[in-house]
Design a protein around this ligand. Structure first.
Ligand code: MTE
Ligand code: MO
Length: 521
């Protein structure tokens, strides 16, 4: 056999050993608890440690597919390391084992540093590593033995040929059994762990109480019903999703509780049943992500059902000097919100349990999340929330603050053109230009559009049921043949008109006028 073939077999040995590590950990996690599986823990660690620039780049490149992209990149990296471990163990033992131990060690750190994980959560990965090392060593030894007798056969066929065939069989049998058992047992265990972690069935069985204070009905005139225009209410399955969670936290609502801690006279704790027994309110609030680029779609509008946080804070009685409420998620994510915003009787700041008439979807924070009108999600909208810590901006920071984002995140007044689509071709004549505009907690006063270097034309605003949602708008344009650029700008009820100055999303939200080009024929 050629040198390259031996190397390929050595690489295969490395891959089999890596699969054995993961499969063993997965099998033990069936008993130890699905949360101890290292599969997603490593990815989560990478997300948390990634420099801010890299993260924004991944979100920019892959959008909501960022998680899948990360898993694929990570998978390729792990595969490359496994190949390296196999080749090293074959050619330069024990360096392959060293690589395997180092990589598994990183996985152990990843599992044990996950929020809410105990000190023993690394055990499945450690056992996986031990079994993986034994398999790697054994397979590399057998492969070397086979190569020795195979090489000897070339110069001395008579005594060596049968020994070589035996060595070959010994290697192939061991590699085959290890590979098949690992893939099969690991696969079964993974699906058991996935099911054990799932709460969707429990969620489906929940019947939320009606709101004591319902939101006013959405006026039919809030939706202009134009083709291609974003609907006023974003359906749950189309609602944008942004979070750092590779594996969506699966919280059992029966075991869920929220603690209000920190600088308060009285720490309090509230469970699911208690929360649902309170007089719940409904509010229409448009949530927006600070990472949204001008013209982007990281924004959505929903009807939220929940309980005002200010009422719970009033029970806990914040102490003088406190100025921040740090929302803490079960997955370790945190968001720092001004205490004032959560106590303000005129601002919606709620612990939400329902979204558009159903329990929160698991990926949008089931069972309970925070929704605050007028603040970007990263400083307010903690999903899977388990603690509200009353503290000071001087003492604590939310997840994104040390990663290059501003500590305060009021939503900037913005507008977007949905119709026509950017770069679309339209026929000459009367063309509807339409989109959405938002200035949550302030309200939109006016939207204007401009074609090429013409005058700003005032658009017609659809009805808006309040100041916390986006509003649709439409303008009529007599389109002449040729290439045209269309820009939009909104003015909010504080009198502020969107600046033309272009700013990137970091550190506190993008600015600039959404501008598209269309060709008219
Ligand atoms: N636990 C947790 N909550 C989170 C986040 C997160 O990463 N983890 N991301 C925040 C950000 S940046 C935004 S924009 C909103 C998005 O909420 P959505 O995914 O329901 O649209 O959730 C916020 N809450
Ligand atoms: Mo966000």
């Amino acid at each position: 056999m050629r040198n390259r073939a031996w190397t390929a077999l050595a690489a295969l040995v490395g891959v089999i050993s890596a699969v054995v590590v993961l499969a063993t950990a997965e099998v033990i996690a069936v008993v130890a608890g699905a949360a101890t599986s290292p599969l997603f823990a490593v990815g989560s660690l990478v997300i948390d440690l990634a420099p801010p620039g890299v993260k924004s780049l991944v979100i920019q490149l892959f959008g909501t597919g960022d998680k899948v992209a990360l898993l694929v990149i990570l998978g390729i990296l792990v595969l490359a390391l496994a190949v390296l471990a196999g080749i090293l163990e074959f050619r330069r033992p024990p360096f392959g084992i060293v690589v395997l131990v180092v990589v598994s060690g990183i996985a152990v750190v990843a599992v044990t540093t996950r929020a809410g994980s105990g000190g023993f959560s690394g055990i499945p990965t450690v056992i996986g590593m031990i079994v993986g090392v034994l398999v790697l060593r054994m397979l590399a030894q057998r492969l070397r033995a086979w190569r020795e007798t195979a090489v000897a056969t070339a110069s001395n066929p008579v005594p060596m040929a049968s020994q070589s065939a035996l060595d070959r069989r010994r290697f192939l049998t061991a590699a085959g059994i290890a590979g098949v058992v690992a893939v099969f047992a690991g696969g079964v265990a993974r699906s058991m762990n996935a099911v054990a972690g799932a709460v969707s069935a429990a969620r489906d069985a929940i019947l939320l109480p009606a709101a004591a204070t319902p939101a006013p009905a959405v006026p039919a005139a809030a939706d202009l019903g134009l083709d291609g225009l974003t609907p006023f209410i974003s359906p749950n399955d189309a609602f944008y999703r942004i979070d750092t969670a590779l594996q969506v936290p699966q919280l059992d609502q029966a075991k869920w509780s929220l603690k209000i801690t920190g600088m308060v006279e009285q720490e309090i704790e509230i469970g699911w049943d208690e929360l649902l027994a309170l007089p719940l309110e409904e509010h229409l609030v448009t949530l927006a992500c600070v990472s949204n680029e001008v013209g982007g779609d990281l924004i959505g509008n929903a009807l939220w059902l929940g309980y005002p946080i200010r009422e719970l804070l009033a029970r806990a009685k914040p102490q003088a000097g406190a100025d921040m409420v740090l929302g803490v998620s079960s997955d370790g994510f945190t968001a720092g919100t001004p205490l004032e915003a959560m106590q303000d009787p005129d601002r919606v700041a709620m612990l939400a349990v329902g979204m558009n008439g159903e329990p929160l979807p698991v990926e949008h924070g089931f069972p309970v999340r925070v929704v605050v009108a007028g603040l970007y999600g990263y400083v307010s909208a903690t999903k899977w929330v388990v603690e509200l810590r009353v503290t000071r901006f001087a003492d604590e920071e939310g997840y994104w603050t040390p990663r290059g984002w501003s500590a305060l995140g009021p939503i900037k007044t913005e507008s977007r053109i949905d119709v026509p689509r950017a770069s679309a071709s339209v026929s000459a004549g009367t063309v509807a230009i339409a989109g959405v505009a938002w200035a949550q907690h302030t309200g939109i006063e006016k939207v204007e559009v401009r074609v090429d270097d013409g005058d700003w034309m005032t658009a017609t605003l659809a009805e808006a049921p309040g100041i916390d949602t986006w509003v649709q708008w439409v303008a009529e344009w007599q389109a002449q043949p040729g290439q045209h650029s269309i820009a939009v700008r909104a003015t909010d009820r504080s009198g502020y008109t969107q600046t033309a100055d272009k700013a990137m999303p970091a550190p506190d939200g993008a600015t600039g006028w959404h501008t598209i080009t269309v060709s008219v024929a």
